[in-house]
Design a protein around this ligand. Structure first.
Ligand code: FAD
Length: 285
């Protein structure tokens, strides 16, 4: 069984995200992490797509390689930004021919320098429709528990998410640190008539400065009470890692207890934190 909708139906799923390495050393690190995480029997692995299509071939080749080499069902991320329809269709056809059944359809971000990028699709829902034209895929979309950073108001952001998710099979969330953010979003989607599975994204904090930076970019709040747990250990990287794993494990346990259909860990191509969360939850072996 490699379709994520089928895995979710038999769930909960336990999965993780990786990115395409750009150097041979990075690839070695990723292969090691994949070997170590294969032991916890993950439901699936997802591979990011570089902003503006910058990792187009790397992502495609890595997704196909992971699924064929490890047997772990693999999901390719794909973004609208900077692509023509025919380029996207060609890529989706490549995946179909290679036996990849899961795609995460994303809007993508405009370049940080504010320059204009040519592209024929604007929003992720248009990419969901394009993938449906090819047919046969299980399609996920992104969800933002704390709203998308570009959204103008909560009601329209949730409406756009509900419309997009109604066309897709499931969603994966941006990372967040308070279980209430996830539960409120799921309640709001239910009120809008959408009850597709929404898999929470879990970010184990292993480095305070990096998480501060990522939280600022993604619109996810790094709450003061969470920060306070790390503060006494700011100069002790090993303690920061330990507390980060504890926090991620507590959040994961609370989400599963509240009915989340799975967990998707942002592994950043490392295995130790993801494996430790699995061990703390007693899952995957
Ligand atoms: P959309 O669903 O298109 O939404 C973007 C904004 O537009 C929102 O504010 C929404 O409310 C609004 N909107 C949506 N539809 C409409 C409409 N019809 N009319 C008006 N407004 C609308 N980025 C990458 O480049 N590569 C990746 O691999 C990647 N992986 C990700 C994985 C996850 C799990 C998540 C949560 C995000 C990921 N991102 C990735 C980031 C993502 O591309 C950005 O957050 C991007 O800014 C929006 O993507 P989206 O799919 O949420 O967009």
């Amino acid at each position: 069984m490699t379709r994520i909708d089928a895995l979710l139906a038999a769930g909960p799923t336990f999965s993780f995200e990786v990115f395409p390495p750009k150097t041979p050393e990075g690839r070695e690190q990723l292969d090691l992490a994949l070997d170590e995480l294969a032991v916890v029997n993950p439901s699936f692995v997802s591979v990011t797509y570089g902003a503006g299509g910058s990792t187009r071939d790397l992502t495609r080749d890595l997704v196909i390689d992971i699924q064929s080499r490890t047997g772990i069902p693999s999901m390719a991320h794909l973004t609208c930004v900077a692509h023509r329809r025919d380029e996207l269709l060609e890529l989706v056809e490549d995946y179909r021919r290679a036996g990849i059944e899961n795609l995460l359809a994303l809007g993508g971000d405009p370049p940080a320098d504010g320059s204009d990028v040519p592209g024929e699709l604007t929003y992720a829902n248009e990419l969901v429709s394009l993938v449906a034209e090819v047919g046969g895929f299980c399609v996920g979309v992104a969800a933002q528990p704390e709203l998308h950073p570009r959204s103008t108001d909560r009601a329209s952001d949730r409406r756009h998410l509900a419309d997009k998710l109604a066309m897709a099979d499931f969603a994966v969330t941006q990372f967040f640190f308070e279980v209430e953010h996830y539960l409120s979003m799921v309640d709001e989607l239910t009120a809008l008539g959408v009850d597709k599975p929404v898999i929470p994204g879990i970010m184990p904090v292993t480095n305070l400065a990096a998480v501060d930076r990522m939280a600022a970019m993604s619109g996810a709040a790094f709450p003061a009470h969470v920060h306070a747990r790390f503060e006494p250990f700011a100069d002790d990287p090993e303690a920061v890692r330990r507390i980060g794993i504890e926090l991620a494990s507590e959040l994961s346990a609370a989400l599963l207890a509240a009915g989340a259909p799975g967990l998707h860990v942002y592994s950043l191509n490392r295995s130790a934190a993801t494996a430790a969360i699995h061990a703390n939850l007693g899952i995957g072996r």
